[in-house]
Design a protein around this ligand. Sequence first.
Ligand code: CA
Length: 226
Amino acid sequence: MKVLVVEDEKKLAGFMRKGLEDHGFAVTVSHHGDEAYALALHESFDLIVLDIMLPGRDGISILKNLRERKIPVPVILVTARSEANERVEGLNLGADDYLAKPFFINELLARIHAVLRRSAGCHISLLQAGNLTVNLMTREVRRGESDLFLSPREFSLLEYLMRSPGRVFTRAQILEHVWGYGFDPETNLVDVCIRRLRAKVDDRPGESRIETVRGVGYRFQPQDSR
Ligand code: CA
C-alpha cells in the first residue's frame, strides 16, 4: 500500500513515515503543498495523509483540486486543534476522515485501516491460491494447516502479486509499490525478498507459485496453471 504523507513539520513527518513503514506501508513524504499536489496528480497512491497548513498550496486546496479532477484517492486530513472549520470543510469536500494533532501513531494506523477498508468496499479481504490463503484484514497467511510468519515487506509483496495473478510486474513496479521511492532501481532488494517469500509460501522447491519472467520481473502463477 502506497501512502503519501503531506506534512511540513519535518519531525512529525519523520515520525509518521517511520510508524507507517514499520507497518508495511510504502511511504512518500512531501513537506510542500505544491509538490504534494503534483505528486498526487502524477503518481498513484492508495491513500494520502494531508496536513492543512502548508507552505504553497494548503491541504484544503489540494483536496478540493483533487476532487475537482475526480481523483478518488482516500484522504485523511491532519488538523490542528484550532482548525474545526477546516475539518468540516474538508469532510464536505470529500475527505474520508480526519485526525486532530497531537495523535498517537496507532490512532493514525487505525484511521488508515478503517479508510482503506471502506474504500475497498466489498472488495476481497481474502486472497487464495491453492492451499495458500492471505487474510488482508488480520494479515494472517496460511499454507494448508500451517501459519506462515511473513515480515511486513514480504506480506506487502505477496499481496501485491496475488492481487493480480498472472500479471507480470517489473522490478521497478514492485520496488515502487512495496518499498516506495528513493531506492536505486539496480538494487537487488526485490530478488532477495522474492527468494525469502518463496521459501515460505511454496510447497516444493522448483515449483514456485511466484514465477520469474526472464528479463522482465515476476508474476504470481494464475491458479488454473497449477
Ligand atoms: Ca502544517
